[in-house]
Design a binder for this molecule. Structure first.
Ligand code: NDP
Length: 244
C-alpha cells in the first residue's frame, strides 16, 4: 500500500531483530510509514507491517543507506525520525581479540550511525524539522570487562550525539541518545568467545527481576519522539533494576 499517511516517515536501522524490530512495530502501530534497514531482509518482511519499505542494506555502505532513504522519501515523504539502532557487540580482551572484530564494531556502531545521519541530516535542517535518535548503551557511559572496544564505540556514539545536538540546536532538529543496560536480544550471540557468553548467562541469572525486554527500550524511543516538538529529550538511561 503506497497511500500517503499523515504521520511522517520513520527510518529504523537494524530492524531485523531485537530492539529495532520492536521499535518498528511500535511506530507502525502509531500509524507511521517506515523504512526498515538490515541485512536479513526476510526478517523485516516477516514483521508484516503496513506502509513499510524493507531494504536489504548494510549500514556500512553509505551509498546504499542514502539510496534507500531516497526511495522511501519518494514513496512516503520526508523522513521525520531516524532511529540509528543497528549495532554489533563482539566481546573480548584487546590482547586476544581478532582485530577484524574491532573493525566490524567500529564500522557498524560508529560508521553506520554516521551513514544514517548523513543520509537525512541536510533535509531535516532545511525543513527545520526532524528527530535523530541514537541507540547507545550503558556501555557508552561505563566500562565492563571484555568490553574495551565495544565501549569505545558506544562512548563515541555519546560524543557524536552531543556534538550533533549542539550543531542542530537552533535548526529545529531534535537529537536524542538512549542508553539501555542489558536487553534480551540476539546481540550477545555474535560474540565468538564461548566462556564470555557463558559468564554473561550466569550473570543474567542473578538479575532476579530479569533483564530489559526490547519493548522497554522501544517505549523510551517513542517517549522521546512523542514529546512536544519544543522538547528535546537529550538522554535516556534505562537498565535492569538489579544491574549495578
Ligand atoms: P540484535 O542483535 O537483536 O539486533 C542488532 C541489529 O543490528 C539487527 O537488526 C542487525 O541486522 C543489525 N545490524 C548489525 N550489523 C548490521 C549491518 N552491518 N548493517 C545493517 N544492520 C546491521 O541486538 P539488539 O536489538 O540488542 O541491538 C540493537 C542496538 O541496541 C545495538 O546498537 C546495541 O548495541 C544496542 N544495545 C543493546 C543492548 C542489549 O543488551 N541487547 C544493551 C545496550 C545497547 P542484520 O544482522 O540482519 O543486518
Amino acid at each position: 500500500d503506497t497511500a500517503a499517511t499523515s504521520k511522517p516517515l520513520v527510518v529504523i536501522t537494524g530492524a531485523t531483530s531485537g530492539i529495532g524490530a520492536r521499535v518498528a512495530q511500535d511506530f507502525s502501530a502509531a500509524g507511521h510509514p517506515l523504512l526498515l534497514l538490515g541485512r536479513r531482509q526476510e526478517r523485516m518482511e516477516q514483521l508484516g507491517l503496513p506502509n513499510a519499505l524493507c531494504e536489504k542494506v548494510d549500514v556500512c555502505d553509505a551509498g546504499a543507506v542514502r539510496a534507500a532513504v531516497d526511495k522511501a522519501e519518494a514513496k512516503f515523504g520526508p523522513v521525520g525520525c531516524l532511529v540509528n539502532n543497528a549495532g554489533v557487540m563482539l566481546l573480548g580482551s584487546v590482547a586476544s581479540q581478532d582485530p577484524s572484530e574491532w573493525t566490524q564494531m567500529l564500522q557498524v556502531n560508529i560508521g553506520g550511525v554516521l551513514n544514517g545521519i548523513s543520509a537525512v541530516l541536510k533535509g531535516m535542517q532545511e525543513r527545520k524539522a526532524g528527530h535523530l535518535i541514537n541507540i547507545s548503551s550503558i556501555a557508552g557511559i561505563k566500562l565492563f570487562p571484555n568490553h574495551a572496544v565495544y565501549c569505545a564505540t558506544k562512548f563515541a556514539v555519546h560524543a557524536l550525539t552531543e556534538g550533533l545536538r549542539q550543531e542542530c540546536a537552533g535548526l529545529g532538529v531534535r537529537v536524542t541518545v538512549i542508553s539501555p543496560g542489558a536487553v534480551e536480544t540476539e546481540l550477545l550471540s555474535h560474540t565468538t568467545d564461548q566462556s564470555i557468553k557463558d559468564g554473561y548467562g550466569k550473570w543474567k541469572e542473578s538479575m532476579t527481576e530479569g533483564v530489559l525486554q526490547a519493548e522497554d527500550v522501544s517505549q523510551a524511543v517513542l517517549f522521546a519522539y512523542n514529546m512536544p516538538k519544543r522538547c528535546c529529550v537529550r538522554d535516556i538511561q534505562l537498565a535492569p533494576t538489579n544491574q549495578e
